[in-house]
Design a protein around this ligand. Sequence first.
Ligand SMILES: Cc1cc2nc3c(=O)[nH]c(=O)nc-3n(C[C@H](O)[C@H](O)[C@H](O)COP(=O)(O)OP(=O)(O)OC[C@H]3O[C@@H](n4cnc5c(N)ncnc54)[C@H](O)[C@@H]3O)c2cc1C
Length: 100
Amino acid sequence: MHDIADKALRRLGASLSDWQLIPSGTEGYRKAEVTLGGVDTRALSSTTMMAREVPGLYFIGEVVDVTGWLGGYNFQWAWASAMAAGQAVAEAARNGRAVA
Ligand SMILES: Cc1cc2nc3c(=O)[nH]c(=O)nc-3n(C[C@H](O)[C@H](O)[C@H](O)COP(=O)(O)OP(=O)(O)OC[C@H]3O[C@@H](n4cnc5c(N)ncnc54)[C@H](O)[C@@H]3O)c2cc1C
């Protein structure tokens, strides 16, 4: 190491830690695994997933504007939001309120 010039070491370091990948494109809808966009989260209660403007109307999972990295985050969102909405719907049904 002592005999190698700083410039060469910096070049070596950069080649190991500063390399970049530039995607050349996407695989398109055929391989798509998650969608961007959807129902604005600000329009929903975060505890029940019910639409603030339309009592009794619930949205969960993919249709909501929540997008996770691949690796289980979208499943987790779908299940967690469904759990929250399911509990709220059950509660509403017990109290005789209409839900959709
Ligand atoms: C190929 C692929 C791989 C994926 N891999 C991962 C992964 O590894 N990890 C991860 O976290 N996420 C992954 N995802 C994303 C994940 O699958 C979704 O985010 C999640 O399944 C969304 O759940 P959901 O219940 O909201 O919607 P969906 O799972 O899409 O369920 C909606 C359901 O509604 C039904 N439906 C639609 N219209 C009607 C209608 N008019 N009447 C009655 N039923 C209807 C559909 O048939 C469907 O069964 C992947 C997605 C794809 C496509």
